[in-house]
Write a protein that binds this ligand. Structure first.
Ligand SMILES: Nc1nc2c(c(=O)[nH]1)N[C@H]1C(S)=C(S)[C@@H](COP(=O)(O)OP(=O)(O)OC[C@H]3O[C@@H](n4cnc5c(=O)[nH]c(N)nc54)[C@H](O)[C@@H]3O)O[C@H]1N2
Ligand SMILES: Nc1nc2c(c(=O)[nH]1)N[C@H]1C(S)=C(S)[C@@H](COP(=O)(O)OP(=O)(O)OC[C@H]3O[C@@H](n4cnc5c(=O)[nH]c(N)nc54)[C@H](O)[C@@H]3O)O[C@H]1N2
Ligand code: SF4
Ligand SMILES: [Mo]
Length: 714
């Protein structure tokens, strides 16, 4: 009998079905492994209080029955042996991992006592409230911080989407997203949704099958490349020049949207004269993209009406001059008249947890319980005034600097949810800074290297063990109930926040009323309530949500200082910065540092997503890990041959800041003279890119601004 036949016997199948006698119940949950954008619906097969199987929830329109490689390993995630199962208080030295299990009350009281003393001595601003990539608890954490009196609510977004969204908002005040189903052409600029946003890809492929033209921009070959009509593989860091080159073609060939430009923009004349120098041949010289191909792409994008632009959160901004580069490429949307058009970049305001579902909530109002003026300046406010004006958070990247320097005021404690020091550009520097704190609380699902440095570690449960609320862009909404009991003594992040708030911000009446009351308050304008949502455990479609109109600017103008799209940014001008999206070479590149390139001839880019890993979360899980067990460096076979490197060889990869041993993966997906996508589980990464460590003294502001758009290696 073949294996296949064996698996097909009635006996083995019977146990899996939730038949009446099986004792199995299918309960509805959402996957939170890569929260908060996908949050795919899950059907969890539960027997005797244990999840025995997961599958994608078919009724959830977002993932429609599918799960990605990470979500499929949900059971390995939920039941992993590294889960923290009880509150822990440090016994040994920082980082020793020597903890004592204590009761929740002891842990909360100890935390409240230590934090209260620091607040009394150094002010509430000396305590940073931080959320890593996990986002579901953020509105509550931010409100807690502000009610406590600290302006310093900081998040991982300081390293991620904040820069890209700031760039787009400098141009338009607000940014729209492409509508795959209605666009004729999609310009995908350094984004690989096949790996980074799998749930969205189905709709992209469907649109492609209906004739959507796709232009891909990015140095790597990705799964999207097989669907793309044109692929522009520019040298990393040169997105700005490429976009300005395309802008030049579109203006010179008079295929821009004159009406929109004349009526709804400022600074066009300056922009036009600036881009003149980015002729196709000059652009080719900088970017390495053939002039002809770039011209073709510019024409296709500008002439296909409507056309959408899909950008990533970070590949374009992880460079010096990143914000300006991203401004240059998002300017193409207005130039071609595709802003807030049907099938162009359509503006749908985010409702809850940053999801543009068309539903308007009171999340922003809820979060900011105290005006900025009543609090001290935020971390980084003196150095990044524009950033702090546009992003309602403290600048997380600056936290280690301020801990070390004590300027302009001391940072003495952190209350963190999912803190990972390896997220920061200088991980050693961050670890060192964390060790200097007087008090560090980390709430995490897993015992991590960072949690080991904490004074108190609190165990968070997974999305299977908590209630969570989610809107989907498909106008679908869900409130989940726990499908299993929390493992050990773990609790949901929100429970933890509310318990801490009861001790440290008792004056906040709304927080005292608890999680569900707060969600009800946020949802008030929508007419929805938690009680109503609970009646539909699998979620439901919102039928009566009106889609926002197109071209909203025609009525209310743009939410920019001029009320128009700004080719020349008023905010940057006022801050004494270049108002035009000027191009600058990356700080280190074959053009800006040719001498350095002699010793380091390959260009390294890192951090590009892989389908089975997400940051530091899934490397522990056997299924995802088996797909790439070792840290690997993708390198073009010709570059490898020149160096005598064969597939799977351990090689030493060196950069001016240090070196690391990795396995070589010979692949055509990376261009020549380019070693790309060094990627492995974050925790295995050696701390070598600590270029911030060079700065014993705090660098000057302009230098810091450059460092802000920095590079990663993992
Ligand atoms: N070297 C390198 N650095 C990078 C990047 C890179 O590619 N390479 N990417 C950058 C980008 S774009 C981002 S967004 C950041 C992300 O960076 P991180 O914030 O480090 O992301 P994660 O590793 O996903 O999450 C951090 C911690 O949150 C914990 N966690 C997960 N879910 C929950 C939860 O529900 N509750 C709680 N309390 N904890 C939870 C995880 O176990 C983990 O320890 O990293 C940035 N830094
Ligand atoms: N599986 C998985 N999914 C994830 C994540 C994950 O860790 N794993 N992380 C999530 C998070 S926090 C984020 S921010 C998103 C990011 O997801 P994406 O925006 O898709 O980002 P990347 O995969 O880093 O890069 C996309 C493309 O950018 C191009 N690129 C690489 N280097 C450069 C460069 O120097 N300049 C330019 N212009 N392009 C370059 C490459 O062609 C690459 O394919 O993914 C999210 N989804
Ligand atoms: S994309 Fe994958 S990891 Fe992310 S929510 Fe969906 S199934 Fe989970
Ligand atoms: Mo990110």
């Amino acid at each position: 009998m073949s294996t296949y036949q064996k698996q097909s016997t009635t006996e083995s199948v019977k146990g899996k079905l939730p038949t009446p006698g099986s004792g199995i119940e299918i309960k509805k949950a959402i996957c939170s492994i890569c929260n908060p954008i996908p949050h795919c619906g899950i059907g969890a097969y539960v027997k005797d209080g244990v999840i025995i199987k997961v599958e994608g929830a078919r009724e959830n329109p977002h993932n429609a029955g599918t799960l990605c490689a990470k979500g499929a390993a949900s059971r390995q995630y939920a039941y992993h042996k590294d889960h923290i199962l009880s509150p822990l208080v440090r016994k040994g030295s920082r980082g020793s991992g020597d903890f004592e299990a204590v009761s929740w009350d002891e842990a909360f009281d100890l935390t409240a006592d230590r934090v209260e003393r620091i607040r009394r001595d150094s002010g509430p601003e000396s305590i940073v409230f931080y959320a890593g990539y996990p986002k579901w608890m953020r509105p509550f954490l931010k409100r807690f911080a502000h009610s406590f009196g600290s302006p310093n609510y900081c998040t991982e977004s300081s390293t991620c989407s904040a820069a890209a969204s700031m760039a787009a908002r400098l141009n338009y005040g607000v940014m729209g997203r492409p509508q795959f189903s209605k666009a004729k052409c999609l310009l995908v600029w350094s984004n690989n949704p096949f790996y980074s946003n799998t749930a969205a890809v189905r709709k992209l492929v469907e649109a492609r099958e209906r004739g959507l033209k796709i232009i891909e921009v990015g140095p790597l070959v990705t799964p999207l490349t097989a669907h793309a009509d044109i692929h522009l593989r520019m040298r990393p860091g040169t997105s700005g020049a490429l976009a300005l080159g395309m802008g030049n073609v579109i203006i010179e060939e008079d295929i821009y949207d004159r009406k929109f430009v004349e009526n709804w923009t400022i600074g066009f004349d300056e922009f036009r004269s600036y881009v003149k120098q980015f002729t196709p041949s000059f652009t080719e010289e900088i970017t390495g993209v053939s002039a002809g191909l770039m011209q073709k792409a510019a024409r296709v994008y500008a002439k296909a009406k409507p056309a959408g632009l899909l950008t990533g959160a970070n590949a374009t901004v992880y460079h010096t001059n990143g914000v300006q580069n991203h401004r240059a490429l998002t300017a193409l949307v207005g130039l071609t008249g595709n802003f807030d058009q049907e099938g162009g970049n359509y503006v749908v305001p985010p409702g809850y947890l940053y999801v543009p579902s068309g539903v308007v909530t009171r999340q922003d109002e809820f979060e900011q319980s105290r005006p900025w003026e009543e609090m001290a300046p935020r971390v980084g406010q003196d150095l990044y005034p524009v950033w702090c004006k546009m992003v309602p958070q403290g600048q997380a990247i600056h936290v280690p600097f301020q801990i070390k320097s004590g300027r302009p005021y001391p940072i003495r404690a952190m209350i963190g949810f999912g803190v990972n020091h390896r997220m920061w550009p200088g991980p050693d520097f961050m670890a060192e800074s964390l060790r200097m704190l007087d008090f560090f609380l980390d709430v995490d699902i897993f015992m991590t290297d960072t949690a080991r440095m904490a004074d108190v570690v609190l165990p968070a449960c997974t999305s299977f063990e908590r209630s969570e609320h989610k809107f989907y862009p498909e106008r679908y909404v869900i409130w989940t109930s726990p499908v299993i009991e929390p493992l050990g003594e773990s609790r949901s992040d929100t429970d933890i926040i509310f318990e801490l708030a009861a001790r440290l911000a008792p004056g906040d009446q709304l927080l005292r009323e608890g999680y569900e009351a707060c969600v009800d308050w946020i949802l008030e304008p929508t007419g929805l309530s938690v009680a109503e949502l609970k009646k539909y455990p699998a979620g439901y479609s919102l039928k009566d949500v009106r889609k926002p109109e197109y071209r909203k600017y025609e009525k209310g103008g743009f939410p920019t200082p001029s009320g128009k799209m700004e080719f020349t940014s008023s905010i940057l001008k006022e801050a004494g910065l270049d108002p035009l999206p000027l191009y600058e070479e990356p700080k280190y590149s074959p053009r800006s540092t040719p001498e350095l390139s002699k010793d380091f001839p390959l260009i390294l880019t890192s951090g590009a997503r892989l389908p089975m890993f997400i940051h530091s979360r899934t490397f522990r899980l056997p299924w995802p890990r088996s797909l790439r067990p070792d840290p690997m460096l993708d390198i073009n076979p010709k570059d490898a041959a020149q160096r005598g490197i064969k597939q799977g060889d351990w090689v030493s990869l060196s950069a001016p800041r240090g070196s690391i041993n990795v396995r070589a993966n010979l692949t055509q997906i990376v261009p020549l003279q380019y070693a790309g996508r060094l990627k492995t589980a974050m925790v295995r990464r050696l701390d070598w890119c600590d270029y911030l460590r060079d700065h014993e003294e705090m660098p000057e502001a302009p230098e810091l601004d450059r460092i802000l758009a920095r590079f990663y290696l993992w």
